[in-house]
Design a protein around this ligand. Sequence first.
Ligand SMILES: *[C@@H]1O[C@H](CO)[C@@H](O)[C@H](O)[C@H]1NC(C)=O
Ligand SMILES: *[C@@H]1O[C@H](CO)[C@@H](O)[C@H](O)[C@H]1NC(C)=O
Ligand SMILES: *[C@@H]1O[C@H](CO)[C@@H](O)[C@H](O)[C@H]1NC(C)=O
Ligand SMILES: *[C@@H]1O[C@H](CO)[C@@H](O)[C@H](O)[C@H]1NC(C)=O
Ligand SMILES: *[C@@H]1O[C@H](CO)[C@@H](O)[C@H](O)[C@H]1NC(C)=O
Length: 534
Amino acid sequence: MAAGISMATMISVFNLLLLTLLRVRSVSATFSIMNFDCPKGSSYSLNSTYHSNVVTLLSSLSANASRSPVGFATGTLGAATSDQVWGLALCRGDISGSTCASCLKVAPVYAFGNGTVDYCRGVKDVSIYLDSCLLRFSGKDFLASPEEVANQVLYSRSDVTVTVNPGRFMELTADLIGKLSDYAAANNSALRYAAGVMTSSDGFKTASSHQNVRDIFGLVQCTPDQAPEACNRCLDRLRGDMLAELNGTAGGQVHAVWCNLRFEIFHFYESTPNDIPRKMAMPVHFSLTSAEKRCQSLLDWDTRYRIICGTARGLLYLHEDSQIKILHRDLKASNVLLDADMNPKISDFGIARLFSSEKTSTLTSQVVGTLGYMAPEYAVRGHLSVKLDVYSFGVLVLEIVAGRRNTDTWFQSEDDESGTLLTYAWDQWSKGTPLEAMDSCLNCQAPESEVLKCVHLGLLCVQEKPADRPTMMDVLVMLHGHSSASFPAPSKPAFAFAYNDLSSALALSESRSRHAETSGYAVCERDVNIRVQD
Ligand SMILES: *[C@@H]1O[C@H](CO)[C@@H](O)[C@H](O)[C@H]1NC(C)=O
Ligand SMILES: *[C@@H]1O[C@H](CO)[C@@H](O)[C@H](O)[C@H]1NC(C)=O
Ligand SMILES: *[C@@H]1O[C@H](CO)[C@@H](O)[C@H](O)[C@H]1NC(C)=O
Ligand SMILES: *[C@@H]1O[C@H](CO)[C@@H](O)[C@H](O)[C@H]1NC(C)=O
Ligand SMILES: *[C@@H]1O[C@H](CO)[C@@H](O)[C@H](O)[C@H]1NC(C)=O
């Protein structure tokens, strides 16, 4: 193993297998233009009554929408047929009245032009979509026939593409938008608005980032005057267009006047309403349940098997091959780093102990390590032996096979809130279905015999009695064997301390440490810095 492993160039097994939710930062609303529709054909001159009517109407709509509890206003102005103008203003469901006012204040620049942005200048029928408000005015009474106008649909696509399995990304996005639409139409009757995030357990790759993207953020909105069915129809239509027009991009918007939708891989809406009376819709969080666990997983079986074997060799080296014996004491997924070729390196020897070669076990007065990976005889009684690393190795092997952490809440149920991967793997083993513990993503590609070998081996390593657990030498022999048929049958695992047992385990070990007898064994009681050389 390399000395002085560079953390920056490596990722840990933990990061690969068990990514946690991205922490997202709320971004404040801005007033960039997203889209506009200003068909040439009907025009007006800037000194006409129509123009002055539009100016007055927009300012009135802006004031009314900002004051409205739902951020919405419609109206008309003008008596003569040629002068009459109809208008509509809508603010995004998550912004405050004052933000709404600021957003709508920007719209006239685009509507009338300013010498630079003149695409709508003098056009009679104008729709402008900013990222937190929209505005439409027309010389025709479009307010009378809301459904018709859904024919006017515009798209803005992100320039970031999804590089791996874009079809799947779109499928999830459509699922999210569908759920949000139902919520906006059926439940959020005041605002007809919903925003939320869907988290994919496996994530996606995009052209803009080397990181796995796991969260897809979505937003839908209808004008609040719409009935549930009309809102749903409008959003359904846009969702269909989204599937057709925005497939492959990592973000986009579909705009119509009566409804609109947006999806992004970043958090673009306000998380918490900043103007409570006006805000009724909190973001909704949709998580994919375990049943929907998806596979585009970076770690194929061959890689996982290589990590298991490499980690076993590393531990064997610590336990038996080096001049001094070393107990790692804190082996876990986050301490196994992978280099660019996915070769594992055991890291973090912060609490490792030198160990006498003559004696096979001893006691320590100071229990340190990570719950979930700690062998019970060590956690509770401070019993030190190579078998505690073997135990942690067993947990790690089962995690790598399952693609889940030992303490993943997935293993908890109403009947058994303290469920862990170990209890699950043991249950499956007892029922004669050990392969159920396998990551469902591996179904087709992993040779059953190897997976079975690893599950079997993992269970042998986490047995309750340290003496029953194999040594790392035994483990390597088993890994190199062809099948697990000759392995001994595992006994029930020592169910390691998950969250529920944390405090009792710590209390026990604390009281034990007060009466600790430091054994006469040659254990170096100082924590040592160890550099492991090739
Ligand atoms: C508007 O301006 C044009 C010239 O740009 C002029 O011909 C027309 O008479 C003006 N109309 C009004 C109502 O002032
Ligand atoms: C704005 O609200 C006021 C007060 O309710 C109303 O009189 C006015 O007509 C509204 N403006 C428009 C453009 O509808
Ligand atoms: C016109 O408005 C656009 C958008 O707000 C702005 O970028 C541009 O600088 C403005 N041009 C002038 C001449 O004011
Ligand atoms: C999206 O594109 C992918 C290919 O990139 C394709 O497999 C999938 O069927 C497309 N989805 C839709 C809804 O068109
Ligand atoms: C939304 O409304 C539907 C129909 O009334 C109801 O079944 C569902 O539980 C509601 N969902 C939420 C999240 O309130």
